[in-house]
Design a protein around this ligand. Structure first.
Ligand SMILES: C[S@@+](CC[C@H](N)C(=O)[O-])C[C@H]1O[C@@H](n2cnc3c(N)ncnc32)[C@H](O)[C@@H]1O
Length: 290
């Protein structure tokens, strides 16, 4: 893959304390915008724990909350399997350099000692494998919809890799939408992030639009690329049915990740996606790409 330049703007000056002070107010605006039909009991429980622990002001190390740390930072034994591929695809280590917001656990990379995290390497691996397997380029997708975006890590990297001004949409539960607002605003700048709190959802072009699941029925979007990594398969059957009946929000390209026996596999394959194993270091886990 040819090298390319990335639009990796430096992080804004430490905006976290001021954003954290407004977290409760932002969360209150979206708190009721849930959709219980979509939510599995295990995620409802994690959401309640997060709500209890992050309010009123999230701690500076909020990424170490168990509902985030143990769900979104893969074991560091995965890193040596993914890092060589990631480094071979990237022109330099700039995208690997970890953002300090939320105090994620980091490891030093030889030979330059740059700090990265298992999460950042894992997310870059997904994006670069998608490009390799499909022959598509992220920068050609103008509208990208992600279902279940964690704390916002993948969208942060997509925004930087893209180099243009993609219109991004991240659909998640209200507390995670608020966490994404906090994290992405602190890392990229608040002007790039829109937390929607009423319908109909009017997407702002060229920004990261955060949409709580209670507003999905009020969201009209035609995606170029739909992504859901270990998220749609962790939502209820009703959520999966709605996304499939909306044809992955009209997307022409797909990146899904989940374990190999999930029923969405057959549906995505019928739609035209191809199964690609992650690798022997994550047995049973697969991408579905188109
Ligand atoms: C295992 S995490 C994966 C996060 C991220 N995609 C990653 O790969 O690191 C599952 C994600 O799905 C979200 N999620 C769970 N239930 C959901 C639902 N019903 N609708 C939308 N998102 C949901 C969680 O809040 C979380 O962001």
């Amino acid at each position: 893959m040819p090298n390319r330049a990335f639009d990796n703007q430096p992080a804004p000056a430490d905006a976290f304390p001021e954003l954290a002070a407004r977290f409760q107010q932002r969360y209150e605006a979206v708190r009721e915008l849930t959709e219980t039909r979509y939510l599995r009991a295990d995620w409802a429980e994690r959401n309640a724990e997060l709500e209890q622990d992050l309010l009123p002001v999230p701690a500076a190390d909020f990424l170490r909350h168990p509902a985030i740390l143990y769900q979104m930072f893969v074991d560091e034994h995965v890193l040596p399997h993914e890092l060589p591929f990631v480094r071979a695809q990237l022109p330099d280590d700039v995208l690997l350099s970890e953002d300090t917001v939320g105090t994620p656990p980091t490891v030093a990379l030889p030979p330059n000692g740059i700090q990265t995290s298992s999460n950042t390497v894992h997310q870059l691996y997904h994006l670069l494998r998608y490009e390799q397997e499909t022959g598509r380029r992220l920068q050609n997708a103008r509208t990208i919809v992600e279902w279940g975006g964690g704390f916002g890590s993948l969208m942060r990297l997509i925004f930087r890799m893209h180099g243009g001004s993609p219109t991004c949409v991240v659909i998640d539960t209200p507390i995670f939408s608020a966490v994404q607002w906090l994290y992405l605003s602190a890392v990229l700048g608040e002007e790039d992030v829109v937390l929607h709190d009423s319908g109909p959802v009017r997407l702002v072009e060229g920004r990261i639009n955060l949409v709580p699941i209670g507003l999905v029925s009020d969201l009209s979007v035609t995606a170029d690329l739909f992504i859901s990594n270990w998220a749609l398969n962790e939502s209820t059957q009703a959520a999966q049915d709605d996304v499939v009946s909306r044809q992955w929000f009209g997307a022409e390209s797909l990146l899904l990740a989940m374990h190999g026996h999930h029923p969405l596999t057959g549906i995505a394959r019928e739609w035209g996606a191809r199964t690609v194993p992650l690798g022997s270091f994550m047995p049973g886990q697969q991408y579905l790409v188109a």
